[in-house]
Design a protein around this ligand. Structure first.
Ligand SMILES: [Zn+2]
Length: 305
């Protein structure tokens, strides 16, 4: 046999620039001792700027319309986030300016959608995360739900079938609550159980599929469940995939008890790239000091390295 060419089903050239969507204002809020801290982004940016391995094109969040948010959230909830005078819960403080930060996180997801539809590879590196925010409630470090908003935007602008793949170690309860029963939307969450927020023990409705995993499940087993969920997602033949990319199933993450390594996040990136449809990635959780390496591994996979 001669040299082997790219696999025929690889949708993109072997390597192509990766669009990284960020806005440095996202490090401008914090609460002492809170794990969802600015260094998650600032240290990742340092790492990405210092490396030469992956070619990065930097992009800014898109503008966000109220109409796009209101597909996912109640008007009263949006007003509460805009005013943000008292904490939403013990985990989810009323930071000054949090509405603007949450808007930029949504804008990052929307820009990722736009770039993905042009055939690009992209990742939205912003905070706050979003997947715990329900239609009417901020919780678990999340205020507005970018994954759900991007999914509904994709469906409102031409896609017939859009699937969310949420590999954050916590159940994406907010995304599930918003997308439950929405025609054309599919939700797959792979997460530790028991763990915060305690939901996601079984499938819900016709379009939300949960893969709870016991704490300290061996890595090989965890990978098998990730694969099973990915195969189920593929079978739905989505035209767009929205990835809630949380890196807290990592073996040394302080907020959960799972077992994944950087190599597994690299494999996830490669797997999404190989699907041959636009893939949107938004950052959710991930709280270890190794987060920059984990994100970098994922990006290398997405980029085809
Ligand atoms: Zn998480």
């Amino acid at each position: 046999m001669g040299p082997v060419a790219n696999p025929p089903d690889l949708p993109y050239p072997k390597t192509m620039p990766l669009h990284l969507i960020t806005d440095e204002r996202c490090v401008d809020y914090h609460m002492a001792g809170h794990p969802e801290r600015p260094q998650r982004i600032s240290r990742t940016l340092e790492k990405l700027r210092a490396q030469q391995d992956v070619q990065i094109q930097w992009a800014k969040p898109a503008e966000v319309t109220e109409a796009a948010i209101l597909r996912a959230h109640a008007k009263e909830h949006l007003a509460r986030v805009q005013a943000a005078t008292s904490d939403f819960d013990g985990d989810t403080p009323a930071h000054a300016g949090i509405h603007g930060h949450a808007l930029r996180s949504i804008g990052g997801g929307l820009r990722s959608l736009e770039l993905a539809r042009k055939g690009g590879v992209s990742f939205s590196l912003l905070r706050p995360p979003g997947h715990h925010a329900t239609g009417s409630r901020a919780m678990g470090f999340c205020y507005l739900n970018q994954a759900a908003i991007v999914t509904l935007e994709a469906l409102a602008t031409g896609a017939k079938r859009v699937a969310v793949y949420d590999f954050d170690v916590h159940h994406g309860n907010g995304t599930e609550a918003i997308l439950l029963g929405k025609p054309g939307a599919f939700f797959y969450s792979i997460h530790q159980h028991p763990c915060y927020p305690g939901t996601g023990t079984k499938d819900v409705g016709e379009n939300c599929f949960n893969y709870p995993i016991a704490p300290r499940t061996p890595r090989e087993e965890y990978r098998k469940v990730l694969t099973r969920a990915l195969d189920a997602l593929k079978a739905q033949k989505p035209e767009v995939i929205v990835v809630s990319a949380g890196f807290d199933a990592y073996a040394r993450d302080p907020l959960a008890q799972e077992t994944l390594e950087a190599e597994d996040f690299h494999w996830l990136g490669q797997s999404f790239r190989a699907l041959g449809v636009p893939v949107v990635s938004v950052l959710e959780g991930g709280y270890s000091n190794d987060l920059p390496e984990l994100i970098f591994a994922y990006l290398r996979g997405l980029e085809g390295k």
